[in-house]
Design a protein around this ligand. Structure first.
Ligand code: NAD
Length: 442
């Protein structure tokens, strides 16, 4: 099958590569010439485990190409996926300017393409977009003489850091369609990824669009819930890790997304939560629960900072090592990362920061330039620091040599924003240890 993917960011590049990997003929299109040049140079503009190998193989075998030439890429494709960014605008709503720009470009190219049977040319929306966007694209294309083009919604649920696995073995594929022929075309396209009987769920575009926001709102709710509960544990001397186990074994609750931390971040949850609040507001419905989820998260981004501030009193001139800058492990993505909020708060108090992240350093350097000390190795960051702060739980931080850390630090204190260490072990190894809700009254 011939596929075009517009936008070769985290989602578009994974989508293009995975479809090529299942034998399709795929062209990835981006307006960013730098990104396309990097891809032509057999490198990746992002870090995602396993992706470079797949991109390289599929390019070599001729199934995957990249271009900035929109018209050429789009004209021949049966499926035209849109995977451009939908960031937050000034009001907190989804900024759809890239979506409308792509729609206009599509209209100008596709109006000359002769009409085929239903399902022969389908624009598929992979970006996360507010309910009604599919209708808006359909109407704009029709007004431009492209009424023969079908428009489907196909929200993406992949997680950065595990994106290939999530795409190739999805829990479910959701499509929002208006014609049975479009459902069948998409079902066939996704067939290779659904061989283990995971469901292919066909619904209206409006329901598909809503499904993505509902999924993210639910997951963010779990995170804010456990964070708030952890903060109460801190006040009462209970250990959130025991509480988490105590509730997680209840099958109605489960364990996933019940890890307390420095607040959720990343390119999706914060903006999608604000966008769903905006959808409610515009339709006369105040979403009290989701608004609270957002407020709890904003406050949570300060919890680690408050623990640090309380420990030292005056932070001016104190040196802190920070391990983990990406919003989660196994990605270089720092969009809305909790580490950035912490860095801003610490710098504002005059702290000196020695930072380390296995993949995200270049992105962080672009923002902070010479205001931080960038350390290639985790132990390098700890050298002569007054304390160590864990913000992102990369695997390699889980079992460090604590003896070395203790020797390198000026004062043996660890602020563990991800609860990856055990308070008792840390204390018996001579550290002053702060976790999130670990039963040490604050
Ligand atoms: P991204 O910023 O990494 O990539 C977007 C790409 O689109 C960029 O490379 C940009 O240059 C390109 N682009 C923008 N306008 C264009 C145009 N007119 N023509 C061609 N290319 C254009 O974004 P992302 O993280 O991949 O997210 C894309 C969408 O997928 C968003 O709506 C996001 O909410 C959603 N999503 C993201 C994730 C995730 O984990 N990143 C997961 C699920 C859904």
């Amino acid at each position: 099958m011939k596929i075009a993917v517009i936008g070769t960011g985290y989602v578009g590049l994974v989508t293009a590569t995975c479809f090529a990997e299942s034998g399709n003929d795929v062209i990835g299109i981006d307006k960013d010439e730098r990104k396309i040049a990097i891809l032509h140079d057999n490198r990746l503009p992002i870090y995602e485990p396993g992706l470079l190998e797949l991109v390289t193989r599929n390019r070599r075998e001729g199934r995957l190409t990249f271009t900035t030439d929109f018209a050429t890429g789009v004209r021949a494709a049966q499926f035209i996926f849109i995977a451009v960014g939908t960031p937050q605008d000034a009001d907190g709503d989804a900024d759809l300017s890239s979506i409308w720009a792509v729609t206009a470009s599509l209209a100008s190219v596709l109006k000359d393409v002769p009409a085929g049977p239903p399902g022969s040319k389908i624009v598929v929306m992979k970006s996360t977009v507010p309910v009604g966007t599919n209708r808006g694209i359909t109407d704009r294309l029709a007004a431009a003489g492209c009424g023969h083009i079908d428009v489907a919604s196909n929200p993406e649920f992949l997680k950065e850091g595990a994106a290939l696995d999530d795409f190739m073995k999805p829990d479910r594929v959701v499509v929002g369609v208006r014609k049975p022929e479009v459902t069948e075309a998409l079902r066939e396209l996704y067939g290779p990824f659904l061989r283990t009987e995971h469901p292919f769920l066909s619904m209206t575009p409006e329901s598909a669009e809503m499904t993505k926001y509902a999924a993210n709102a639910m997951l963010a709710t779990k995170i804010s819930f456990i964070n708030e509960t952890a903060n109460l544990c801190d006040r009462l001397g209970a250990d959130i890790n025991d509480v988490r186990r105590g509730i997680g074994h209840d099958a109605r609750i489960g364990f996933q997304f019940l890890f307390p931390g420095p607040g959720y971040g990343g390119s999706c949850f914060p903006k999608d939560i604000r966008a769903i609040i905006g959808m409610g507001r515009k339709n006369g419905l105040k979403l009290n629960l989701v608004e609270s989820v957002d407020a709890v998260n904003e406050a949570q981004k300060q919890v680690l900072f408050q623990k640090i501030q309380k420990h030292y009193g005056n932070l001016a001139g104190k040196t802190l090592a920070i391990w983990g800058l990406a919003f989660k492990p196994r990605t270089d993505d720092i969009r809305d990362a909790p580490a950035l909020a912490l860095i801003d708060a610490l710098l504002a108090k005059g702290a000196i920061l020695r930072v380390h992240d296995p993949e995200a350093m270049a992105n962080v350097r672009e923002i902070y330039k010479d205001r931080l000390i960038y350390c290639d190795r985790p132990y390098g960051a700890v050298e002569s620091a007054d304390g160590l702060v864990i913000v992102t739980e990369w695997q390699e931080f889980r079992h460090p040599d604590f003896e070395v850390i203790r020797r390198l630090l000026k004062e043996p204190v660890i602020f563990d924003g991800r609860n990856i260490y055990e308070p008792k072990t840390m204390e018996s190894s001579g550290f002053t240890y702060y976790g999130i809700g670990r039963g040490q009254r604050s």
